[in-house]
Design a protein around this ligand. Structure first.
Ligand SMILES: NC(=O)c1ccc[n+]([C@@H]2O[C@H](COP(=O)([O-])OP(=O)(O)OC[C@H]3O[C@@H](n4cnc5c(N)ncnc54)[C@H](OP(=O)(O)O)[C@@H]3O)[C@@H](O)[C@H]2O)c1
Length: 254
């Protein structure tokens, strides 16, 4: 199947490692033009080199903390100093701290709002006018299986990510007439540094394998394949969906 991704310009937020990096690699593999981002400049440069060498392409790497409004504005400005329009936007950041309700402060809640919801809203706001002008766009949010089934000890993620899912579903209705699809992809337990650090801080995360029908954690490449399909021309009639890539962990019928 030709995914029709050649020369599409894709900005993958928070993509110097983990799920975002895997998505950037797969989109590059399909011939898309890639823009990556992360806070740590050395890690970001290494990822840029990895993608450029693997796919013989040029990658734009823009450092900046997407939870910080000033830095985020800087990232957006740099994007538009290189490209007039972004065809594919993948929103993402690192995850919020783990913990139960009484472990967490109001600052933790406010910071999680900035990290998960404000970053998503403002990237979409910036990139939307160009997508509308060209009557084509793909907006994909990386959220979590926690949107459909709360994960123990992750109350911040369970609560605030649901608002991102609500945003995506609503935008799918609002933007359909502009031929812009809006989807939410929910990773399950996937082998990245985020999962390793959750397991380190709370070994009970490791036993989650018993609750996964496929009896293993996912690989970032398996997640990236789903995102890449949704970003493609071939997914032109899929919008407003929440797709789990979770090895079957979520326990609901539909
Ligand atoms: N892996 C899983 O099992 C799993 C499951 C469900 C949901 N999720 C969620 O999916 C998202 C990605 O997870 P992951 O496993 O890929 O995490 P990861 O391995 O920790 O990678 C996160 C990436 O995002 C960058 N980043 C983090 N915070 C950022 C920020 N504020 N601004 C810009 N870049 C930022 C990191 O680089 P720098 O640190 O240099 O910025 C890194 O490149 C997270 O929100 C996570 O909670 C993951």
């Amino acid at each position: 199947m030709d995914l029709g991704l050649k020369n599409k310009v894709a900005f993958i937020a928070a993509s110097s490692d983990g799920l975002g990096k895997a998505v950037a690699m797969e989109l590059a593999n399909e011939g898309a033009t890639i823009i990556i981002n992360g806070r740590n400049k050395t890690k970001l440069e290494n990822t840029r080199n990895d993608i450029e060498q693997a796919y013989n392409t040029k990658v734009l790497a823009i450092s900046g903390d997407l939870a910080n409004s000033e830095e985020r504005e800087g990232v957006i400005k740099t994007i538009f100093s290189h490209y007039s329009t972004i065809d594919i936007l993948v929103t993402n950041t690192g995850g919020p701290p783990s913990g139960k309700f009484e472990d967490l402060s109001m600052d933790d809640w406010n910071n999680t709002y900035k990290l998960l919801l404000a970053s998503t809203v403002s990237l979409i706001k910036a990139i939307l006018p160009g997508m509308k002008d060209q009557h084509w766009g793909r907006i994909i949010a990386i959220t979590s299986q926690a949107v459909k089934q709360p994960v123990d000890n992750l109350i911040l993620s369970n609560s605030v990510r649901a608002s991102v899912a609500g945003l995506m579903k609503t935008l799918a209705s609002e933007l359909g007439e502009h031929n812009i699809t809006v989807n939410n992809v929910m990773p399950g337990y996937t082998k990245t540094n985020r999962l390793l650090s959750l397991i380190e801080s709370n070994p009970s995360f490791k036993s989650a394998i018993d609750e996964i029908p496929l009896k293993r954690f996912g690989n970032p490449e398996e997640f990236a394949a789903a995102v890449t399909f949704l970003a493609s021309e071939r997914a032109s009639y899929i919008t407003g969906t929440s797709l789990a890539v979770d090895g079957g962990w979520i326990k609901h019928i539909l």
